[in-house]
Design a protein around this ligand. Structure first.
Ligand SMILES: *Cc1c(COP(=O)(O)O)cnc(C)c1O
Length: 228
């Protein structure tokens, strides 16, 4: 086993700097791109270290992990941290997250949106779109997005934008999908475009990402997931 990457605040800050250099090299305006630090798979200590390094947007895939870490980070004094739910979400998990999540990024169907509207009225959401047509990925089909956005708005949710996970494979393979997400968001007049991860953020930034979601480039390889 290789040693984990150092996770003191100074080391994390140095890697954040490197990340912004990548964004700039890709032609992005760092002022126009928000960094969501993905802490999934790591323990609460890492999330606290990320907050101590100045990261204020933290993302988690699994409801249980998010619900466990958020109070630890708050108790460490980082109450300004905003938590983002970015993974596949079951309706029965919404309730446990309702007071915690600042932005629900993976809303891809109406029944999930209805549950969020019930448990967290007026919540900010993104609609996840599957632009790569890979069945293992979450997200509604691009053609379904306009209707879903409208219906979520009818439920009183604050639909701020769209989110997608790029096509698996070389970063350039994801680019056409990112362009598609961008034009879809423009057509729907939605300002937030959450796209790009450690491996493909250059392509996403070049296609107009306003938020990148980065885990391993900041925190190193994730420990294997324990069976739940
Ligand atoms: C895990 C994950 C990320 C971060 O991935 P890295 O490759 O570690 O940067 C971003 N978005 C989603 C939806 C994820 O599941």
């Amino acid at each position: 086993m290789t040693a984990p990457w150092p996770t003191d605040a100074a080391s994390i800050r140095a890697r954040v700097e490197q990340l912004w250099a990548r964004v700039a090299d890709a032609g992005g305006d760092p002022g126009g791109v928000r960094l969501l630090a993905v802490t999934k798979g790591f323990g609460p200590d890492l999330a606290v270290a990320a907050a101590a390094a100045g990261l204020v947007d933290l993302g988690e895939n699994y409801a249980q992990e998010l619900a466990a870490k958020a109070p630890v980070v708050a108790e460490a004094g980082f109450e300004a941290v905003r938590w983002h739910a970015i993974g596949r979400l079951q309706r029965n998990k919404v309730r446990s997250l309702a007071g915690v999540v600042a932005l629900w990024q993976s809303v891809d169907r109406l029944d999930l949106g209805a549950e969020i509207a019930k448990r967290a009225p007026g919540a900010a959401v993104l609609v996840q779109v599957n632009v790569s047509d890979e069945p293992q990925k979450g997200g509604c089909a691009p053609g379904e997005a306009p209707e879903l956005v409208a219906r979520l708005g009818d439920l009183g949710l604050d639909v701020q934008g769209l989110m997608t996970v790029g096509r698996t494979g070389p970063a350039e393979a994801a680019r056409a999908g990112f362009a598609e997400l961008r034009s879809l968001a423009d057509r729907l007049d939605l300002p937030v475009r959450s796209m790009g991860m450690s491996g493909d953020l250059e392509a996403a930034v070049a296609e107009g990402a306003t938020m990148i979601r980065v885990g391993s480039a900041l925190f190193g390889p994730r420990p294997p997931r324990e069976p739940t």
